[in-house]
Structures are given as structure tokens and as C-alpha cells.
Design a protein around this ligand. Structure first.
Ligand SMILES: [Zn+2]
Length: 243
């Protein structure tokens, strides 16, 4: 007798970012909250952080191994079930049609209801990867929903996919705040998994201080800030998580 595996009907959140530890620094309290609310979470990393070291003897290959392992460990702390590494070169991510196409495929496969990514319009964002990932992720969200884009991807059951909500993190125009007070310890624990990147003391206090300042905006102890972009008209907006 064969058993039928029940379909996974949980809502899905996908976090698209540039380097191992970006998500932990910026939005991991919210990721933990999505997971606690019943979402299936997936991380998508454009690079594996192969330039993230002060050590003159470090090689890109070693860094990729170390940092991907650290990212898996952080994901485990947060309950993120899938981590996808696209392995672009650190510092060299560009807004391009091939990258857009690659992310559209990732979105069509992962079928997220919600996407979290960098705000591509954050003023004075100096890291080119952060700008490029945010812009291309949004372009891919737009392309993934239309079957005329990259029709060669739509084989073997793969379909176009419409993301309902996008939350931009690292925004200088936040319009949405998430209370992460109950998830602050998880955020710090997840950040600690990035051992190779913790070069100074006082990290925990800096993280608490930053989240405390954001928390003041909505009168809670700790919060993270986003620019929220609804991608669909109601009733799909009902899926906007009601914290
Ligand atoms: Zn980064």
C-alpha cells in the first residue's frame, strides 16, 4: 500500500540577498517570525561571500566553504528549510538579463507568497551587490508572473508564479515595522553562526541597540523596518501577515 504524502500548503517566504550574514544582520528577526507563523522559508544568496576576509592568506575557495557552512548553520537556528547559493562572484553582481532570468527561475521553483530583499532605491548604498540584488530580485518578481517571459523555463510542470508581497529591507524609506522582541535572541544566535565575520567585540549590544531604536517607532522593545510593496490587489493582500 502506498501512502500519499500530503501537499505542503504552508505559505512561503523567500529571502533574496547578496552575502552570507546579510539576512542575519538585517531581517532575521522577521524571518524567525514568519517561520513561527507557519511559513516555509527559503534563502537565496547571489554570492557566497568569497571576498569577505581580512586574512591575506584566505582563498576565495576556502571562504566559500566556510561561509556557506556558516549560512547553513544560521538558517538552521532560524528554521529556514532551504538555502540556495547562486555563487556569483562577491562584489561583482550586476543587474543583468541573465541574472534576472536566473532569479525568475528560482522564484518559479520556490513559489514564494512573500519576497524579502534589499531596497534597490536605498540612497547612498555603497555595496554594488546590495543594489544589484534588490533591483534584479524585483525585476525577477515581475518577470516570473508572466508566461511570456522565459517560456523555456515553463516545462515539466513548472509554471509562471505571482508573488503577493515584497518587503524591502535596508530601506531609507521604511513604511512597515515588524515587532521582533520575541525573536531577538534567535537573531543574535543566528548572527553568531557567522563566526568568520565576527571580528570585533560588542556585536550583540550593537544589534540590540539598532533594533531598540527601530522598536521605538512602533513602541516595542525590538523591531526591524521594511518598505512594504504590495504586488497584488485585494483579496490577495489578505495574505499580508497580520502580526
Ligand atoms: Zn552584504
Amino acid at each position: 500500500m502506498s501512502e500519499t504524502i500530503p501537499a505542503d500548503t504552508r505559505p512561503r517566504v523567500m529571502v533574496i540577498f547578496a552575502h552570507p550574514d546579510d539576512a542575519e544582520f538585517i531581517c532575521s528577526g522577521t524571518v524567525a517570525r514568519f517561520v513561527a507563523s507557519g511559513y516555509r522559508a527559503q534563502y537565496v544568496l547571489a554570492t557566497s561571500g568569497d571576498k569577505g576576509s581580512d586574512d591575506p592568506h584566505a582563498t576565495p575557495e576556502q571562504l566559500i566553504t566556510t561561509r556557506e557552512a556558516e549560512q547553513h548553520a544560521a538558517a538552521k537556528v532560524l528554521g529556514v528549510e532551504e538555502v540556495t547559493f547562486l555563487r556569483h562572484k562577491d562584489g561583482e553582481v550586476e543587474v543583468s538579463i541573465p541574472f534576472r532570468k536566473e532569479l525568475a527561475l528560482v522564484i518559479r521553483r520556490g513559489r514564494p507568497d512573500v519576497v524579502l530583499t534589499f531596497d534597490p532605491w536605498q540612497r547612498y548604498q555603497i555595496h554594488p551587490d546590495h543594489r544589484a540584488v534588490g533591483m534584479t530580485a524585483l525585476d525577477a518578481v515581475a518577470a516570473a508572473r508572466d508566461h511570456m517571459y522565459y517560456p523555456e523555463q515553463l516545462v515539466e510542470g513548472l509554471q509562471e508564479h505571482r508573488v503577493h508581497n515584497v518587503y524591502f529591507f535596508a530601506s531609507d524609506q521604511p513604511n512597515y515595522y515588524v515587532d521582533i522582541t520575541a525573536f531577538m535572541e534567535k537573531k543574535i544566535e543566528a548572527l553568531r553562526a557567522h563566526t568568520s565575520q565576527i571580528r570585533t567585540s560588542g556585536l550583540e549590544e550593537r544589534m540590540r541597540s539598532r533594533a531598540r531604536i527601530v522598536g521605538q517607532e512602533i513602541g516595542v522593545e525590538y523591531a526591524e523596518a521594511f518598505h512594504y510593496l504590495p504586488m497584488m490587489q485585494p483579496p490577495a493582500l489578505m495574505r499580508h501577515p497580520n502580526w
